[in-house]
Ligand binder design. Sequence first.
Ligand SMILES: C[S@@+](CC[C@H](N)C(=O)[O-])C[C@H]1O[C@@H](n2cnc3c(N)ncnc32)[C@H](O)[C@@H]1O
Length: 335
Amino acid sequence: MSVKILNSFNVQDQGKAKEQFALDVLKGLSTKPKEIPSKYFYDDEGSRLFSQIMESEDYYLTDCEIEVFEKNKKDIAQKIGHSNINIIELGAGDGRKTKILIDQFLKENLSFKYTSIDISKEAIVQIDRLFKEEFPALEHTGVVGEYTGGLDWVSDNQSGRKLVLFLGSTIGNFDRPNALVFLRVLWKHLNNDDLLLIGFDLKKEIDLMLLAYNDREGITKKFNFNLLTRMNNELGANFDLKNFMHFGTYNPNVGAMESFIISTCAQEVYVGELEKTFKFKAFEPIHLEYSHKYLISDIESFAMETGFEVLNHYFDSNHFYTNSLWRVKKEMPNG
Ligand SMILES: C[S@@+](CC[C@H](N)C(=O)[O-])C[C@H]1O[C@@H](n2cnc3c(N)ncnc32)[C@H](O)[C@@H]1O
């Protein structure tokens, strides 16, 4: 594997990344209600904990996406066709589901290179470890950086047809306006006929969703609390974890699972890097994450509004989840 570490993720520039983290925490803990952007979940420990969440029996999303790929991998490979292709995965995570597709593509003798983009270096290391073992001949470039920076790097360094993978219903972390912006930015980085395979968690029985984000082993709680530990370690904060609780709930108005950490008492938290104390009232929440849930009509309107054509929706047997295959549509000059 070759690894590209984008500017602000370089060791030399880590000061900048820390400064941005501190500024986002300042903004987030100063607004009402308090909030911290979910991208800060994914330090090394956060990525390892997310891998554990995917193994949890209660987190149905992973099993659904695995089933979708196992059932449809041949059809997906067929739709991609045999030209040289760059497969680019955004927010790649540990690669356990991507492995199913890569394996099929190799069996079908498709010719491709694979690039993983992730904000977490640990995720890139995990995926590389897995793919080296499973596919020793695969050409893998890992890009440590944010989505847009990673896509800019791909545009500058890779030509030819592209298939973008955006799995795990990670799109659900964006609210609707930001999802539309994200998809349009992605569209701008792609050419006519390029493909996007994107996972969406569908609306379903609320109890199932509640269990998935409040798993019985408590891994989601650990994953959320890791953000407090991260602020303690990196920003010199003094969050006392025993004074907070995890709360995951479904908001039917927004159509999203929402994750909170709630202060169980009135307290003050000092953040050294900001030289500032933040006051918490008893039972005051910090909002951490949205995981939006969708109808097929929502997905189709996303595609239509951002310049894609839906080629197919692939479902698991319960219709809990879909991976949707989209084609980029661009007006061709003179035709
Ligand atoms: C919900 S996990 C999904 C992982 C994987 N796609 C899967 O389906 O198992 C989200 C992934 O996106 C990465 N991520 C989150 N925010 C990001 C950002 N702004 N830019 C790049 N990667 C990001 C995280 O590190 C994590 O690996």
